[in-house]
Ligand binder design. Structure first.
Ligand code: IVH
Length: 667
């Protein structure tokens, strides 16, 4: 049993190593879970054999009562910062001078500067012993219970001739994906949202209950060693990093060793800047270290930082500035997006004066008012995001969604259940114009092959195309006078407009770009109503009878056709010669029971399925029970509880003879 147990422990630890350190899992989850369960069962039955390196020991049973203080036997130092290439080069130039060598002959090792928190992990005879935060560099806090839960921290080191004592130092961080998942969950549960992955990692390491850390996917990557009692000698920092990987730790991506010329630093910085956004974790710079340990020792320290290493910081991505105003931009689909106007500020390497606010829910969540000092974040090329209110302004003005579209003055509406507010200006709102025309002419809809997005944009900007109806009044010279267009290509455009005029009802309806009514929805509506007039005059109830059309889409259709400007545009298009055949089958005007719910009860002479089919063909829904919404109950012989219910609710009841007469059917 003991041997089998030891094998299970080793197997799971190996699988964890493959998954969390090598990013290369070798077993399916189900197999992992099965073996883990077997291990837990053995441990439950034989508690005396449980070993410290067992994966079950990562999460302690109880939360800790307090953070014990731990003294670092080797001080944990910090790094000096450099903010430019010149500062970086000068730092090593000075070091080279002190070493009496040329900077080009200095071997430098570069590592990403991981944005988390420094942790020291102590191993005794190859086994995880305890872990501490950096604290003030001399005294940290015991966070063993949480660090043990990190699967990329081995509980037992690999290899033989393991050191008697080894203190591994590195960064604990939360990968970007884990951070986003955590915040999504927090938002759903109305609990605390973390500002960035570093705060999330630090907050997690400072939890008393290790179960929380175990759920949050922290990671650890070492960048050096502290206390060490072992047989091996090291000559270079890069050797230490490689040695730590043989013991079972992760190694940072994009570490490089190079000679310290100005060009080499520049090249390395460009590389790291380029890969930064592709990394799974946040980095806030690059750490450059002199690789030779002898040179490191000879240079020593000043104050609290070494003279052999420096942190080249990326420009700050998070800064505080004032919110001057909030404007509302109308997007190409009619959504009004609040945009923060900021006191200009340097962030992420550029000066910015705008930030996105997404929607009104976000403004509410942040508790934002005009006049506040706010923290903004800018990563990579993206537009900055507002993170939080740093300090409330003295004369704070609440932020309100305008009632009318700032572009076309049409009323602004919020769709029930959605965060977005939209302009109801439809086909006439200039902000939506080019997009509406592009949608209309696209291959999926009117398929005006030679009127592509670029040409639309140009004609729209010139004011020649304002709405989709203007497509049909375009003249040869409107197009031929544009740069890069001749008479021939202009004629091609006009020809393809002409050729597109014969279309189908569903295609035309989809081309109108009614919000939420896509290709499929438009086809369903066309198929159901058969002709354009029936669609344009359909009621909400009638539209809701169409398969797969819900109340939101139905309302958008009704709103669209009740807008006079939209009506005028469609009329102009039809007048210009756009045509379609009616859909096959009986048009909806025959569907006199659309929107109604009928119930059949009792014994009917007419077969029940025929009666049902008849009602449905006339547009009614046939339900199995009576409610307040029931339009009419057809009661046959011996009708029982449904009839009683209808009478109780005051629902109209007719007998079968009346029913047949009503629909001109013979008994
Ligand atoms: S070396 C004496 N290497 O940056 C040298 N630090 O600003 C000690 N950090 O406290 C640190 N990535 O938390 C080093 N590859 C890296 C690092 C790194 C992140 C953090 C570490 C340190 C802080 C100094």
């Amino acid at each position: 049993m003991n041997e089998h147990y030891r094998q299970l422990v080793a197997k799971i630890n190996q699988w964890d190593h493959e998954y969390y350190v090598l990013d290369n899992p070798s077993v399916p989850d189900a197999e992992y879970d099965r073996v883990f369960r077997e291990l837990l069962a053995i441990e439950a039955e034989h508690p005396d054999i449980v070993t410290a390196e067992s994966p079950s020991q990562r999460v302690g049973a109880k939360p800790i009562a307090e953070f014990r203080k731990i003294e670092h036997r080797v001080k944990m130092l910090s790094l000096a910062n450099a903010f430019s290439l010149e500062e970086t080069y000068d730092f090593f130039d000075k070091a080279a001078k002190e070493l009496d060598i040329s900077p080009e002959s200095l071997m430098v090792f570069s590592e990403p500067k991981l944005d988390g928190l420094a942790i020291a992990i102590h191993y005794h005879q190859g086994l995880f012993s305890y872990a501490a935060t950096r604290g003030d560099g001399q005294i940290g806090e015991d966070v063993t219970h949480n660090i043990k839960t990190i699967k990329s921290v081995p509980l037992k080191l690999s290899g033989d001739k393991l050191p008697e004592k080894l203190e591994v130092r590195g960064e604990v961080f939360m990968p970007k994906a884990a951070f986003e998942k955590l915040n999504r969950l927090a938002q759903d549960n109305d609990s605390k949202v973390f500002v960035n992955p570093r705060n999330a990692a630090a907050g997690t390491v400072r939890q008393m209950n290790p179960k929380i850390a175990a759920e949050r996917d922290l990671q650890f990557i070492p960048y050096g060693i502290g206390e060490y009692q072992g047989e091996r000698d090291f000559n270079r920092h890069s050797e230490i990093i490689d040695y730590l990987t043989t013991l079972g730790f992760r190694k940072s991506l994009h570490c490089q060793a190079f000679h310290g010329s100005f060009e080499a630093f520049e090249k390395n910085y460009r590389l790291m800047e380029a890969v930064r956004d592709t990394l799974p974790m946040e980095i806030d710079g690059i750490v450059y270290k002199i690789d030779s340990l002898a040179q490191q020792t000879s240079l020593g320290f000043i104050a609290r930082s070494p003279k052999w290493a420096i942190a080249r910081k990326f420009p700050a991505q998070q800064v505080v500035t004032r919110l001057l105003a909030v404007d509302f931009q109308v997007g190409r689909t009619g959504v009004l997006t609040p945009v923060a106007r900021l006191e200009p500020v340097f962030v992420g390497g550029v000066t910015v004066s705008n930030a996105t606010l997404h929607n009104m829910d976000e403004i509410e969540r942040l508790g934002l008012c005009v006049g506040d000092r706010i923290e903004i974040h800018r990563a990579g090329d993206v537009i900055p995001k507002v993170v939080k209110v740093a300090e409330q302004g003295t004369d704070r003005q609440p932020i309100k969604m305008p009632d009318r579209c700032p572009v076309c003055a049409a009323p602004v509406e919020r769709t029930a259940g959605q965060a977005a507010f939209r302009c109801t200006g439809g086909l006439t709102c200039a902000a939506q114009g080019a997009e509406r025309i592009r949608h209309y002419a696209s291959r999926k809809f009117m398929n005006i092959v030679n009127l592509g997005p670029k040409l639309i944009e140009v004609l729209y900007d010139k004011g020649v195309l304002k709405t989709i109806a203007d497509i049909y009044t375009l003249s040869l010279s409107d197009i031929a006078s544009l740069e890069g267009q001749g008479d021939k290509s202009a004629q091609n455009v006009l020809d393809s407009i002409e050729a597109s005029k014969a279309t189908k009802l569903g295609t035309f309806l989809g081309a109108l770009g009614i919000h939420e009514v896509g290709e499929e929805g438009a086809k369903n509506i066309a198929k159901y109503f058969k002709n354009y007039e029936a669609i344009a005059s359909a009621s909400l109830e009638q539209l809701m009878q169409v398969p797969d059309i819900g109340p939101v889409m139905a309302k958008n259709v009704v709103d669209f056709f009740s807008n006079e400007k939209n009506q005028a545009i469609v009329a102009a298009i039809i007048k210009a010669g756009v045509t379609w055949p009616d859909e096959e089958g009986e048009p909806v005007s025959e569907q006199i029971l659309a929107g109604q719910t009928w119930v059949l009860t009792g014994t009917l002479q007419m077969p029940r399925n025929e009666a049902k089919a008849l009602l449905e063909s006339l547009g009614a829904k046939v339900a199995g029970s009576v409610s307040k919404k029931t339009t009419c109950v057809v009661a046959g012989l011996d009708a029982g509880s449904k009839l009683a219910k209808a009478e109780e609710l005051g629902v109209k009841v007719i007998d079968e003879a009346t029913f047949l007469k009503e629909f001109n059917l013979e008994a």
